[in-house]
Design a protein around this ligand. Structure first.
Ligand code: TMP
Length: 214
């Protein structure tokens, strides 16, 4: 059976990632594609429970190592419960964040070693790598101005320098893996960004299907 297609959306706070994930799923479904929508941390009841622990502002004492392991734990559950079965059925999966978030936030933001974060995630995901990652890039000033929620969670409430390191981390991942990671300027109106995201995904899906037919 054909393997499905795994798309992830990444970006800093206020990059519009969740809105774009939603719009992408809507557009793909309108075009008759079966899509599974997931988000991280979460996507499963266990993952949503872990999300609550991770984002709780009372958990200021959480160490970077605990944080990285909890993100990887939620991810392990999501991969085995949702992602792997959907891909095995040949479905398209759109996931709001994946391992690149751990590289950007836990390595570049918190300062953990990339080898450590890669190793635990390689194990947790059984070496699952997205087929395509769209990095929605905005400056930290634009992103944080957009993230208007009054009650910030534990990670959102980090300072500007933290979020700048996260953005630079994402851009470094994109430079390392230019075939997988497409960087998109996400500062414009959501519908215009959604048009560009949709056309990149459609083009890659066409390429995958053409390759499968060779
Ligand atoms: P969200 O706001 O996109 O739902 O993501 C929740 C927060 O968790 C966000 O501040 C980014 C952070 N995060 C990490 O630090 N590492 C990770 O691996 C993931 C998936 C999210």
């Amino acid at each position: 059976m054909a393997r499905g297609y795994f798309v992830t959306l990444e970006g800093i706070e206020g990059s519009g990632k969740s809105t774009q994930a939603h719009l992408l799923v809507e557009r793909l479904r309108e075009h008759g594609t079966a899509v599974v929508a997931l988000r991280e941390p979460g996507g499963t009841p266990i993952g949503e429970g872990i999300r609550g622990i991770l984002l709780d502002r009372d958990h200021e004492m959480m160490t970077p190592e605990t944080e990285a392991l909890l993100y990887a734990a939620a991810r392990a559950q999501m991969v085995q419960e949702q992602l792997a079965p959907a891909l095995a059925k040949g479905e398209v999966v759109v996931c709001d964040r994946f391992v690149d978030s751990s590289v950007a936030y836990q390595c570049f933001g918190r300062g953990l070693a990339r080898e450590f974060v890669h190793e635990i995630n390689h194990w947790a995901t059984r070496a699952t790598i997205p087929d395509l990652t769209v990095l929605l890039d905005v400056t930290v000033e634009v992103g944080l101005a957009r993230a208007t929620r009054t009650a910030c969670d534990r990670i959102e409430s980090e300072g500007l320098e933290f979020h700048e390191r996260v953005r630079q981390g994402y851009l470094a991942v994109a430079r390392d893996e230019p075939d997988r990671v497409v960087v998109m300027d996400a500062s414009g109106p959501p519908d215009a960004v959604a048009d560009r995201v949709h056309s990149v995904v459609l083009e890659r899906l066409r390429q995958q299907r053409a390759g499968a037919g060779d």
